[in-house]
Design a protein. Structure first.
Length: 213
DNA sequence: TATATGATCCCCT
DNA sequence: GGGGATCATATAA
């Protein structure tokens, strides 16, 4: 079975992390459940984490939790946060460097009923399905078992395929959400969002930013 | 072994 | 806009 031409090759992820974070905007996160149900959403919000950054889980070298970040680009890094929620990342840059893009929000496209089920909310509450990294993982039914899987093949239960790219004029950079480590890390404009999109996480204030270019 | 701390969300005011 | 939930992980002892 040949791969359809709608997937990004591993080389797409083997690039500087901020670039990958920007280029993923507008494209489609796909998840196929065990029963065959297809879930998908348009990526609206990402954050870049590189090993030189103290907020990055790979900053202090390889650890059990962040092992996947040091693995091949184009694979997932899924971790548990606050003992309750999971966050989905895609590994970037060459093997051994320890970098990734956090996927923070998508616009639900397919499988909304199943997403609502995973979130345990009413199917009508589209706005709350996948706005924020914890909600996104609930909607897409992702946990640590999905750590280290490739997103570059449809043989995986999760992958990213071509959607509708976002023009530079529609991309805004802001500081990342929830960072507290150092003033530099707090201020770094490494969160990328689709401008004025209602399904991006964060407050009005947090979503004011600078043009990407 | 022991303690502090989150790349969050939800509910309350 | 403020606090609690809840636990794996990191770091200290």
């Amino acid at each position: 079975m040949t791969e359809p031409n709608l997937l990004f090759p591993a080389a797409f992820y083997d690039r500087p992390t901020l670039q990958v974070a920007r280029d993923l905007l507008g494209h489609t996160l796909v998840r196929v459940l065990p029963d065959g149900t297809r879930l998908s959403g348009r990526i609206l919000e990402t954050e870049a984490y590189t090993p030189d950054d103290p907020a990055c889980h790979a900053h202090r070298g390889p650890s059990e939790r962040a092992r996947s970040m040091f693995g091949p680009p184009g694979h997932t890094y899924v971790y548990l946060i606050y003992g309750i929620y999971h966050c989905l990342n895609v590994v970037t840059q060459p093997v051994g460097e320890g970098a990734a893009v956090l996927i923070r929000a998508v616009e639900p496209l397919e499988g909304l009923a199943a997403m609502a089920e995973g979130r345990n909310i009413a199917p009508t509450a589209v706005r709350d399905l996948a706005r924020g990294p914890g909600r996104l993982c609930q909607a897409f039914q992702l946990d640590r078992r999905f750590d280290g899987l490739p997103v570059t093949t449809t043989r995986s239960p999760i992958w990213i395929e071509h959607g509708t790219p976002v023009a530079d004029a529609e991309v805004l950079t802001t500081p990342r959400i929830g960072i507290t480590v150092t003033p530099e890390a707090i201020a770094a404009p490494w969160r990328l969002i689709v401008r004025d999109h209602p399904l991006v996480s964060g407050t009005r204030r947090q979503n004011c930013g600078q043009p990407y270019v």
